[in-house]
Design a protein around this ligand. Structure first.
Ligand code: ADP
Ligand code: MG
Length: 271
């Protein structure tokens, strides 16, 4: 992955040096905006034809929420996520993530920004088969200034946060799909990113494992106050998220409350 090539990953650490930001670092009541898209269009050109993957999309995503981007196949969900993650460029319009306008960054700036602020989770986990769970999670930290002992502290904390403290020496093939996705989530949070972006994270899982992953993401957003943007076409996800944003044919249709929008932190954290 490109982000592994970036040398200047800063670990803020939070309290206890676990790599996951502490609750008091954030103002939960503050109306902070994690993502702001303003009139974003992304077109792809193929020969003479132009595909308008996103068409004049304006939306905001608040910090510390768990949100789902939903819509039928081909509606532009992945395109939108890739713009938020700084993997792809908008054709026009503005994309602000955190405090920063990322549309004007060059590739080098964007790569450094991505390494610092974005954690990525994919449908097919993308774990390295010859590395253990611990080593997979450690990968993004190898190019930082952290010592071996500090890396171990962060990796152990991340694996604990996803409920896999007892699987550190397992290889991906020795894990279930749900466990592999947990390792991938641990790898995504180990650098303490500002935003976790997940593209169809439950797309390859059975119903029970999918539910466990959705619950884990809910917990991470609550306990560690993470902003999580998830793309999915699975309607079962709706009850796990705070807000659902709907796309259709590249157009932003609506945002509505998900099932978690009026539940307390305690309810989720105890499960
Ligand atoms: P979704 O994730 O909702 O299924 P995508 O964002 O992947 O949708 O795609 C939206 C539209 O853009 C589709 O019509 C798709 O074919 C087109 N598209 C996506 N990526 C590319 C690309 N790299 N080149 C050409 N067309 C693309
Ligand atoms: Mg997609």
């Amino acid at each position: 992955m490109g982000r592994l090539a970036d040398k200047n990953i800063l670990i803020t650490g939070g309290n206890g040096g676990i790599g996951l930001a502490a609750a008091e670092d954030f103002d939960r009541e503050g109306a902070h905006v994690a993502v702001k898209l303003d009139r974003v269009t992304r077109t792809y050109r193929r020969d003479k034809f132009e595909v308008r993957a996103l068409d004049d999309v304006s939306l905001t995503i608040p910090t510390q929420g768990f949100v789902a981007i939903m819509g039928p196949s081909g509606s532009g969900k992945t395109t939108l996520l890739n713009l938020v993650a700084g993997i792809d460029h908008a054709t026009s319009g503005s994309v602000v993530v955190g405090e920063e306008e990322i549309t004007t960054m060059n590739e080098r700036e964007l790569a450094a920004w991505r390494a610092r602020h974005i954690g990525l989770v994919f449908q097919f986990y993308n774990l390295i088969p010859v590395l253990t769970a611990f080593e997979n999670v450690e990968l993004p930290l190898l190019l930082t200034h952290l010592s071996r002992a500090e890396r171990k502290t962060h990796v152990d904390a991340a694996l604990k946060a996803v409920g896999l403290a007892d699987r550190t020496e397992h290889y991906p093939r020795q894990l279930s799909g749900g466990q592999e996705q947990r390792v991938a989530i641990a790898r995504a949070i180990v650098t303490d990113p500002t935003i976790l972006v997940a593209d169809e994270p439950t797309g390859d899982l059975d119903a029970k494992s999918a539910e466990e992953i959705l619950l884990l993401l809910t917990q991470l957003s609550r306990q560690f106050h993470k902003t999580i943007v998830m793309v999915t076409h699975d309607p079962r996800s709706e009850r796990f998220v705070d807000t659902v944003y709907r796309l259709d044919k590249g157009v932003f249709i609506s945002s509505e409350k998900g099932g978690m929008s009026d539940q307390t932190n305690g309810l989720v954290a105890t499960t």
